[in-house]
Design a protein around this ligand. Structure first.
Ligand code: SF4
Ligand code: SF4
Length: 92
């Protein structure tokens, strides 16, 4: 089974992942649902944190097209495929 993880501390809420995913893996949720979360300052130095965070709600549906990995400005998505191979965000 494919798993999709988002490092929420790095997620800027840019919505690129949700916009490009063909199988609706991601859902944007209000930032205030994660009150204990500390936004990553290295990401914040480069990008603006918006009012939402992206949660991978349908990870098993992922077809590992890697579209989200190229578009994730926070470089915070990690996908583990059926064979256990790890695919990382490659925005830069
Ligand atoms: S790699 Fe998976 S989660 Fe990412 S856009 Fe493709 S199907 Fe969606
Ligand atoms: S593309 Fe990355 S930074 Fe942007 S909302 Fe999705 S997980 Fe967060």
């Amino acid at each position: 089974m494919v798993t999709v993880d988002v490092d929420l501390a790095r997620c800027t809420g840019c919505s690129h992942c949700k916009d490009v995913c063909p199988v609706n893996v991601f859902e944007l949720r209000p930032r205030d649902q994660f009150p204990d979360l500390v936004d990553n300052p290295d990401v914040g130095a480069k990008f603006q944190f918006r009012g939402e965070k992206s949660v991978a709600v349908n990870g098993p549906e992922c077809i590992v097209c890697e579209a989200c990995l190229f578009e994730c400005e926070g470089e915070c998505i990690t996908i583990t495929d059926d064979e256990g191979h790890i695919h990382l965000s490659t925005y830069k």
